[in-house]
Design a protein around this ligand. Structure first.
Ligand SMILES: [Ca+2]
Ligand SMILES: [Ca+2]
Ligand SMILES: [Ca+2]
Length: 152
């Protein structure tokens, strides 16, 4: 008998919870704004227009011009702390040094420093005897109009 009463009570409780939930949803839907009236679809053949004759937009952003000296300064000041350290000043030479340091040991031998002349000699030494005769040396003459890239 108790089970029957408990079962009936639980059934009524579940129906009450369901009814409460259903009423809550209904109230939310009643409080919702009415649907907007659909605007007529624009005619794709008509371009949009606006009268902007008395309007003025904001000025576009512009960067301030740096003076030539400021540009030179910031080219060295890599960390932008407005001070140029010795390393920052010398770092502009790093790339050229690494180009010459063929074996990458951070030491520049005479052969590495004079690489242009070394390469020129080796190209001119056609018979690979370690010397240039007059005919071989003539091939090292600068071409007319050519400017030397390096005076190494
Ligand atoms: Ca700096
Ligand atoms: Ca080296
Ligand atoms: Ca030779």
């Amino acid at each position: 008998m108790n089970r029957l009463v408990l079962g009936g009570f639980l059934t009524l409780l579940m129906v009450g919870i369901g009814l409460f939930w259903w009423q809550g949803r209904a109230e939310v839907e009643q409080g919702a704004p009415p649907p907007l009236a659909e605007a007529p679809a624009p005619d794709p053949a008509v371009l949009p227009t606006a009268d902007a004759s008395n309007m003025r937009g904001p000025a576009p952003p512009e960067a301030s011009e740096l003076s030539r000296e400021q540009q030179r300064f910031f080219r060295y000041d890599r960390d932008r702390d407005r001070r140029i350290t010795r390393n920052e000043m010398l770092s502009t030479r790093t790339s050229a040094f690494r180009d010459l340091d063929k074996d990458g040991n951070n030491l520049l031998t005479f052969e590495e420093w004079a690489v242009t002349t070394v390469d020129k000699f080796e190209q001119a030494d056609a018979n690979r005897n370690g010397e240039l005769d007059q005919k071989e040396f003539a091939t090292t003459a600068p071409r007319p109009g050519a400017t030397p890239a390096c005076r190494c």
